[in-house]
Design a protein around this ligand. Structure first.
Ligand code: CA
Length: 407
């Protein structure tokens, strides 16, 4: 295993194949200096986009703690300090504290691997230390297409660094199924009362994506369920005729980021259209607009729908990015090792190739900071040591795990 440390200097292009995003680390100025895709769209309030960088930005040192890993999608720290990771092709591994991946854990169900599909997120049950239960999401191959599903299982590690899943139980299926390879979401986040939030996508294509607005469809929603997959009795639409009772909020595009804040409230970051990635705090029963109200434009450059960014019935994003960051995983920084980041959200950037640090003032973003890592960042977690761990990916290739500390 390779271990090395490098101090982040000004971004240098390390390979002709990687187009490194351009931005300037200047206090008081926005990190993003690129041209907007929708320059005529205006934010609804101050600091809804391109918030200034903070006055004090820590110097960050990076170290590769694990490399030569399969293409990972998610990681979680186990109570013993090892990492549990999902590999997109359909495997789970435990990574030792020395950075070595153990043999594939057996019992993982078949996944629809391809495009954005595969084995996706993993979360430890709140009582994992005693129950050994984990929850994971994946693109599930189905007779009528595919869709995002959530399963629970008991993780039984063995003495060789591997292990097995016992009692695999599919507890929730996003419906309808669709024959596609895009926008599966997803993240799994347990709330303070062991409620499970499941974020998904709207399957991308124009025909299914409009279902993000329909309560009878599970496309483009946040769901809130219990450990057996049932809708919670205080969910907003349990008494609405024809609505899927598991729905918590609607009008979402493709959410691969979710985390709780210090008060235990859910926040999400979703992949928007070109110039429309957004941060939200999904509240019960509220409509986040997609695909009728959104910032950004279609990949073709044309307007999304009628090109509306505001409507009374839909929620404004707390924050948006144009150009996009390509959000992956996110975490609340609740450690002490990097005091400047206390209570900030850390968001992985696939496109921005680094970690985005969102400093909050109440429920608004006050400052945006960026840590360039010159790699697509697939997930971000805070370790038990207070360091930040970022999972990288190369397209269709392999992953590393990088540890970020105060340099
Ligand atoms: Ca929205």
């Amino acid at each position: 295993m390779t271990r090395f440390t490098l101090l982040l200097a000004c971004t240098a292009i390390s390979s002709a194949l990687i187009s490194t995003p351009t931005f300037a680390q200047t206090t008081g100025q926005p990190a993003e200096t690129g041209r907007a895709n929708a320059p005529n769209q205006k934010p609804a309030f101050e600091n809804q986009t391109r918030a200034p960088q903070p006055a004090s930005m820590p110097k960050i040192a990076t170290e590769v703690v694990a490399d030569d890993l399969p293409h990972l999608w998610a990681m979680e720290f186990l109570p013993d300090g090892r990492m549990l990771v999902t590999a997109k092709q359909g495997a789970m591994h435990i990574i030792s504290e020395e950075g070595d991946a153990g043999p594939a854990i057996t019992g993982v169900p078949e996944v629809a691997f391809g495009g954005q599909g595969g084995l996706l997120d993993v979360a430890l049950a709140p009582d994992y230390a005693t129950s050994g239960m984990i929850f994971f999401s994946y693109a599930e191959p189905r007779q009528d297409g595919n869709g995002t599903s959530v399963a629970s299982a008991k993780l039984v590690p063995d003495d060789n660094g591997g292990g097995k899943l016992e009692n695999v139980n599919v507890i929730f299926r996003q419906t309808p199924s669709y024959e596609g390879r895009s926008h599966f979401g997803s993240r799994l986040t347990f709330g303070p009362n062991s409620e499970l939030y499941v974020t998904v996508g709207e399957r991308s294509d124009r025909q299914p994506r409009v279902q993000a607005q329909e309560l009878s469809s599970g496309l483009g929603k946040v769901f809130r369920i219990d450990a057996s997959g049932k809708a919670l009795p205080d969910n907003p639409f349990v008494n609405t005729q024809g609505a899927q009772p598991e729905i918590w909020s609607l009008g979402h595009r493709n959410m691969q980021s979710a985390a709780l804040d210090a008060q235990g409230r859910l926040w999400t970051v979703e992949h928007g259209p070109r110039g429309g990635d957004e941060l939200n705090r999904p509240e019960p029963g509220k409509n986040y607009g997609w695909p009728e109200v959104t910032y950004g434009v279609e990949y073709s450059g044309s307007a999304v729908g009628n090109g509306i960014t505001e409507k009374a019935e839909t929620e404004q994003p707390v924050y948006y990015w144009d150009p996009v960051i390509g959000p992956s995983g996110m975490a609340l920084y609740d450690g002490d090792a990097i005091p400047e980041w206390k209570n900030a959200f850390l968001v992985g950037g696939l496109v921005s190739q680094g970690v985005v640090v969102l400093h909050m003032d109440g429920d608004r973003v006050s400052h945006e900071e960026r840590v360039p890592l010159e790699a697509r960042i697939r997930d971000v977690k805070v370790g038990p040591d207070g360091a930040v761990y970022a999972v990288t990916e190369t397209r269709g290739g392999s992953s590393t795990i990088i540890r970020l500390t105060k340099g």
